[in-house]
Design a protein around this ligand. Structure first.
Ligand SMILES: *Cc1c(COP(=O)(O)O)cnc(C)c1O
Length: 459
């Protein structure tokens, strides 16, 4: 018999309580958090969709690995296992462990960046952009045009616009391009996948001009799922083979293993070039730790090596992608404007369309994030002009291309009934959408302002 219901392909051995709060309490909590869900305490949250980063539930095997962790300072067996797992996946010769993705980013973009350099990506993730800009370089996003229309259906909305890539390379001069970065899946661009065809084209363009191609591979397994099911010629390949082929087209990769390696902490930088790896290893040792742990415990590395295998299990990936789609498609059917098609790790709501009465400088995405919390204790994140907005010389907001709210689904954490609770909340969100007020920023830091900014509701 073929079942329609996708069940969670795991059972629960250890549970964590969720504290149920009232709307009245949550209004108070949010006020104290200056209307920024990042500043809430976790026990004030019922369903935490803030991020899928580091929030995975580990398997029994991974917990067993935690006990096996070898905490030797140098040459740990756990490092050997992690290094082998990463080498096997990426096919690259030089692996540097880091405590998370942005440590790998700071090292590689600190090394390649600097004033006068340009980096080009489908979409730089916020920490990627921050590390590049912090080095003095500029970061330009050139996803295909289809990616900026949230309602449009396209199988690989994460693709890079190769015509614009060629033009930009001519314009800036190949030697001024620090690297081209393919982010798979495209997190800030709606969790949308990149096709193998696009990767091959981008790789060929980079080779022709002698430009480095890097993979931001946080969700390379989820991306492989989409390739297998949407791109011709990959039906009979395993998810791991698809990921390996993608790595084979690049010169290096940075991973936040807090995503598709199913761990709570960890990351790595993988490189092909020896001289580059040596320069980066020096930076690693200065700020992260020795080259056989890079800021990770032996047990973290052990769990990472195991997670990197588990994530390619077909039963897991099918459950993962289909359960995200279940939430997204229900919201879509109810009339909630969601980014289509549904991405791998999250559902993205088009807040500009939902709250069409709010101008972008009143941050409709922030307004929706606050509503979801107040109504149901659901914590989400704005991915719009709060995260990516800039100011012109007169202090006027240069808005982001889209005003999205991301409902990121932690891996192996929530069950179907949690998801039903979220779906139900949107009935209320839709009913009250015309009465929602915008927000203004009352305090913000210079970089990555969304983490710590304070907001006030408009009168
Ligand atoms: C999470 C993430 C990063 C940064 O990784 P951290 O582990 O949070 O430092 C970089 N790129 C993408 C696409 C990400 O999703």
């Amino acid at each position: 018999m073929k079942h329609k219901t996708i069940i969670e392909p795991f059972k629960i051995k250890s549970v964590e309580p969720i504290y149920v709060t009232t709307e009245k309490q949550r209004i108070e909590y949010l006020k104290k958090a200056h209307n920024n869900p990042f500043l809430l305490q976790s026990d004030q949250v019922i369903i935490d969709f803030l991020t899928d980063s580091g929030t995975s539930a580990m398997s029994a095997e991974q917990w067993a690995g935690i006990m096996r962790g070898d905490e030797s300072y140098a040459g740990s067996k756990s490092w050997e296992r992690m290094e082998n797992a990463v080498k096997n996946l990426t096919g690259m010769g030089y692996i540097l462990p880091t405590h998370q993705g942005r440590a790998a980013e700071r090292i590689i973009y600190g090394h390649l960046g600097g004033k006068g350099k340009t980096f080009i990506s489908n979409t730089h993730f916020d920490t990627t952009r921050a590390n590049i800009e912090f080095s003095g370089a500029e970061a330009i996003d050139i996803a295909i045009d289809e990616s900026n229309d949230p309602a449009l259906i396209h199988p690989f909305k994460g693709n890079i616009n190769t015509e614009r890539l060629e033009k930009l390379i001519q314009e800036k001069g190949p030697k001024n391009i620090g690297a081209v970065i393919l982010t798979v899946t495209n997190n800030s661009g709606g969790g949308q996948p990149v096709s193998m065809k696009n990767t091959r084209e981008v790789s060929a363009i980079c080779k022709k001009h002698g430009i480095l191609l890097l993979l931001d591979c946080c969700r390379v397994a989820e991306n492989a799922y989409f390739i297998k099911h949407r791109e011709e010629g990959f039906e009979n390949k395993t998810y791991e083979e698809i990921a390996q082929e993608m790595f084979s087209l690049t010169d290096g990769a940075a991973m936040s293993s807090k995503k598709d390696a199913l761990v709570n902490m960890g990351g790595f930088l993988a490189l092909r070039d020896k001289a580059m790896a040596e320069a980066c290893t020096m930076l690693l040792i200065i700020t992260e730790g020795f080259s056989t742990y890079g800021g990770l415990s032996g047990r973290d590395m052990e769990a990472l090596a195991i997670g990197l295998k588990e994530v390619f299990d077909p039963a897991y990936l099918e459950y993962r992608i289909k359960s995200t789609a279940y939430l997204g498609e229900h919201l879509h059917k109810m009339g909630v404007p969601v980014m289509m098609p549904i991405g791998g790790h999250a559902v993205y709501i088009d807040a500009k369309k939902l709250y069409s009465h709010l101008p972008v400088d009143q941050y409709p995405g922030q307004a929706l994030a606050c509503e979801l919390y107040k109504k149901a204790g659901i914590r989400t994140v704005e991915i719009g002009s709060v995260m990516f907005g800039k100011y012109d010389e007169t202090g006027k907001l240069i808005p982001a291309p889209m005003e999205l709210v991301r409902l990121a689904i932690p891996r192996r954490v929530y069950t179907q009934s949690h998801i039903e609770y979220v779906i139900e909340t949107f009935d209320e969100i839709l009913k009250e959408k015309n009465h929602v007020k915008g927000y203004k920023i009352t305090k913000e830091p210079k970089f990555l302002r969304h983490f710590t900014a304070h907001f006030e509701e408009m009168k």
